[in-house]
Design a binder for this molecule. Structure first.
Ligand SMILES: *[C@@H]1O[C@H](CO)[C@@H](O)[C@H](O)[C@H]1NC(C)=O
Ligand SMILES: *[C@@H]1O[C@H](CO)[C@@H](O)[C@H](O)[C@H]1NC(C)=O
Ligand SMILES: *[C@@H]1O[C@H](CO)[C@@H](O)[C@H](O)[C@H]1NC(C)=O
Ligand SMILES: *[C@@H]1O[C@H](CO)[C@@H](O)[C@H](O)[C@H]1NC(C)=O
Ligand SMILES: *[C@@H]1O[C@H](CO)[C@@H](O)[C@H](O)[C@H]1NC(C)=O
Ligand SMILES: *[C@@H]1O[C@H](CO)[C@@H](O)[C@H](O)[C@H]1NC(C)=O
Ligand SMILES: *[C@@H]1O[C@H](CO)[C@@H](O)[C@H](O)[C@H]1NC(C)=O
Ligand SMILES: *[C@@H]1O[C@H](CO)[C@@H](O)[C@H](O)[C@H]1NC(C)=O
Length: 479
C-alpha cells in the first residue's frame, strides 16, 4: 500500500550511472513513501467520519467489491506503520487528510476525534524523524458537498475548500511544512467527470462509463476551473496568513505521462504538444502564466471557462512547487478527425490517439523507461521556467497476488533512481487483507529501498543475496 515518493528539485538532477548509493544524492534530496487517506486509513465509519465521494463510489460496486472501509487500518496501526517507515529508512511520508473525517459535512465544526488522529499521526512521524507531507484532497470530497451543490462543478466549492484548508493550516501548520492542495488534479477531472471511472462518477453518453448524471463535454472544464480557483484561494490564504510564521510551502499535484510522437510526422509532433497542453498545461499554464493554453482555448471554445482579470492574477504564481506523479511513457498519434464531432468530450478535444510503448498486454507491469521521468522534468523546466518540482509518486505496479519477491519493482526502482539518481514505487509492503491482524510483510523492494536509503550496496548481486535472505528475515526487522 505504501508508495514511494521522491521529493526533489530540478537543481538536483545528476548523470546516469549503474553504480550509485544514497550518498550520491545531495543531502537535502528527500526520499519517502506516499499513500492517501481512503486507501490506507480504514475506520470509515468510526469516530464521526462520514462518507466521501470515494466511499460512495466504492459502495456502488465500482471497485470490484473492494472498499476503504477497513483498508490496511492505518487509523489504528499508524504507530506500527511509522515504525516500519523508520526501519526502512524513509525520510518523508506523504499522506492525505480525509476532509470528511476532520469536518464531516464539509463545512462547520471540526470533529475532535478526527483532529486527534491527525495530530497523533503527525507527532508520531516527527518523533521518528520522518517529514510529514500533507495532501488536502485526494479524490475524497465530502459526500455532503457533492449532494448539496454538486461539489467541484459548483463555484461554491471555492469557499468551503478554503475554509477547510484554513482549519488544516491553523491546526497542523506548526508541524507541517509541505502542503499539496490537490492530488492529480488533471486525472481527477478526466476520470471523475469525463470517463466516470473515478469518483464522483459523472459523465454523459456516448462518453464514459456507467454514470447516472454528468456532462462529459462541459463538466470536466468546470471542475478544473473551480479546482484552480480553490487551490489559488487556499494558497493565497496560506501565503498571506501562515507562511511567514510556519515557513512551509504549498503546491498542486498533477499526473504526468511522458508523451513522445509515434512518428516523426509534423502532425504527430503537434499532437504531442497538444497532449501536453491538455494534460499538464490545463493546470500548470494557469499557475505559471495566469491562463489556459491557447490550443485549449481555440479547440474548447465557450465550454472552457475564462478567468477574469482578478482571478487570473490570483491563480498566477499561487504555488511554491509543482507536484508530479509519473509512471509511464506513451506514444502520441494525431487524431484530429475527432474535432469534426459535435459535443466532444475532453479526449475528443485533445484529438490524439495513445499507444503503449510496449504492446504486449500480457505483461501487467509498466515498461521501464527511466528517460520518461527525465523527459517530463526537462519539459517542465524548459516550458515553465524551472519551477521547483516534487516527484510525489513514481513506481512499479505488480499484481496483488504476486510474490513478496517483487523483482519488477526492484528493477523499476533501480532503473529510475539510477537513471536520474532519482525515483520510487508503490506496494513496498504486502498486507494480507484476509488476515484479521492485517500483518505487514516487506517485499524485496522494501529491502532494496531500505538498503539504498542506508547507503548500502544495491547492485544486482546484492539483490540476489537479499532475496535469499528474505525468508530468513522477520517482517519487522529489516536489518
Ligand atoms: C556493489 O557490489 C558489486 C558486486 O560485489 C560491485 O561490483 C559494485 O561495484 C558495488 N557497487 C558499489 C556502488 O559499491
Ligand atoms: C450501472 O449502474 C446501475 C446503478 O448504479 C447498476 O444497477 C448497474 O448494474 C450498473 N451497470 C453496469 C454495467 O455496471
Ligand atoms: C452538456 O452541456 C452543453 C452545454 O450546456 C449542452 O449543449 C449539452 O447538450 C449537454 N450534454 C448533455 C449530454 O447533457
Ligand atoms: C525520428 O527521427 C529521429 C532522428 O532522426 C530518429 O532517431 C527516430 O528513430 C525517428 N523516429 C521514428 C519513429 O521514425
Ligand atoms: C479518433 O477520432 C474518432 C472520431 O473522429 C473517434 O471515433 C476515435 O475513437 C478516435 N480514436 C481514438 C483512439 O481516440
Ligand atoms: C505490436 O503488435 C503488432 C501486432 O501484434 C506487432 O506487429 C508489432 O511488432 C508490435 N509492436 C511493438 C512495438 O511491440
Ligand atoms: C493472479 O491474478 C491474475 C489476475 O486476476 C491471474 O491472471 C493470475 O493467474 C493470478 N496468479 C496467481 C499466481 O494466482
Ligand atoms: C544476508 O544475510 C547474511 C547473514 O545474515 C548477511 O551477512 C548479509 O549481509 C545479508 N545480505 C544482505 C544483502 O542483506
Amino acid at each position: 500500500m505504501l508508495r514511494l515518493v521522491l521529493l526533489t528539485s530540478l537543481a538536483a538532477l545528476a548523470l546516469s550511472t549503474d553504480k550509485f548509493t544514497r550518498d550520491d544524492f545531495p543531502p537535502d534530496f528527500v526520499f519517502g513513501a506516499a499513500a492517501s487517506a481512503y486507501q490506507v486509513e480504514g475506520a470509515a465509519n468510526l469516530d464521526g467520519r462520514i462518507p466521501s465521494i470515494w466511499d460512495t463510489f466504492a459502495h456502488a460496486g465500482n471497485m470490484h467489491g473492494a472498499s476503504g472501509d477497513i483498508a490496511c487500518d492505518e487509523y489504528h496501526k499508524y504507530k506500527e506503520d511509522v515504525q516500519l517507515m523508520e526501519d526502512t529508512g524513509l525520510e518523508a511520508y506523504r499522506f492525505s487528510i480525509s476532509w470528511s473525517r476532520l469536518i464531516p459535512n464539509g463545512r462547520g465544526a471540526v470533529n475532535p476525534k478526527g483532529f486527534q488522529y491527525y495530530i497523533k499521526l503527525i507527532n508520531e512521524l516527527i518523533s521518528h524523524g520522518i517529514q510529514p507531507h500533507v495532501t488536502l484532497h485526494h479524490t475524497d470530497l465530502p459526500q455532503a458537498l457533492e449532494d448539496e451543490y454538486g461539489g467541484w462543478v459548483s463555484r461554491k466549492i471555492v469557499k468551503d475548500f478554503t475554509a477547510y484548508a484554513d482549519v488544516c493550516f491553523r491546526k497542523f501548520g506548526d508541524r507541517i511544512s509541505y502542503w499539496t492542495t490537490m492530488n492529480e488534479a488533471n486525472v481527477f477531472v478526466l476520470e471523475g467527470y469525463d470517463t466516470g471511472f473515478l469518483p464522483p462518477q459523472r459523465c454523459s453518453p456516448p462518453y464514459g462509463g456507467n454514470c447516472s448524471t454528468g456532462n462529459s463535454s462541459t463538466e470536466p472544464y468546470m471542475a478544473a476551473h473551480h479546482i484552480l480557483l480553490a487551490h489559488a484561494s487556499a494558497a493565497r490564504l496560506y501565503k498571506k496568513r501562515y507562511q511567514d510564521k510556519q515557513h512551509g510551502v504549498i503546491g498542486l499535484n498533477v499526473f504526468s505521462y511522458w508523451f513522445i510522437p509515434l512518428t516523426n510526422s509534423t502532425e504527430d509532433k503537434i499532437a504531442t504538444q497538444r497532449a501536453n497542453d491538455f494534460y499538464l498545461g490545463w493546470f500548470v499554464d494557469p499557475l505559471v502564466f495566469g491562463d489556459y493554453p491557447q490550443t485549449m482555448k481555440k479547440i474548447v471554445g465557450s465550454r472552457l471557462p475564462s478567468f477574469t482579470y482578478a482571478e487570473s492574477s490570483q491563480v498566477k504564481g499561487s504555488f511554491d512547487f509543482i507536484g508530479v506523479n509519473h509512471y509511464i511513457t506513451i506514444y502520441v498519434n494525431d487524431n484530429t478527425s475527432s474535432l469534426n464531432m459535435e459535443d466532444r468530450d475532453v479526449l475528443a478535444d485533445m484529438a490524439v490517439q495513445f499507444t503503449r510503448i510496449r504492446n504486449d498486454t500480457s505483461i501487467f507491469e509498466y515498461p521501464i523507461a527511466p528517460w520518461g521521468l527525465q523527459g517530463i522534468l526537462e519539459y517542465i523546466k524548459q516550458f515553465y521556467g524551472n519551477p521547483p518540482v516534487y516527484i510525489h509518486e513514481n513506481g512499479q505496479r505488480t499484481r496483488r497476488n504476486s510474490t513478496l519477491e517483487d523483482w519488477p519493482r526492484v528493477k523499476y526502482l533501480q532503473g529510475y533512481i539510477g537513471s536520474l539518481l532519482d525515483a520510487l514505487s508503490y506496494g513496498l509492503y504486502f498486507v494480507d487483507l484476509d488476515d484479521p491482524d492485517l500483518k505487514r510483510q516487506p517485499k524485496l523492494s522494501a529491502h532494496w529501498y531500505s538498503n539504498f536509503l542506508k547507503g548500502k550496496n544495491i547492485s544486482s548481486d546484492g539483490c540476489i543475496e537479499l532475496q535469499k535472505n528474505i525468508s530468513a528475515v522477520s517482517p519487522y526487522l529489516l536489518e
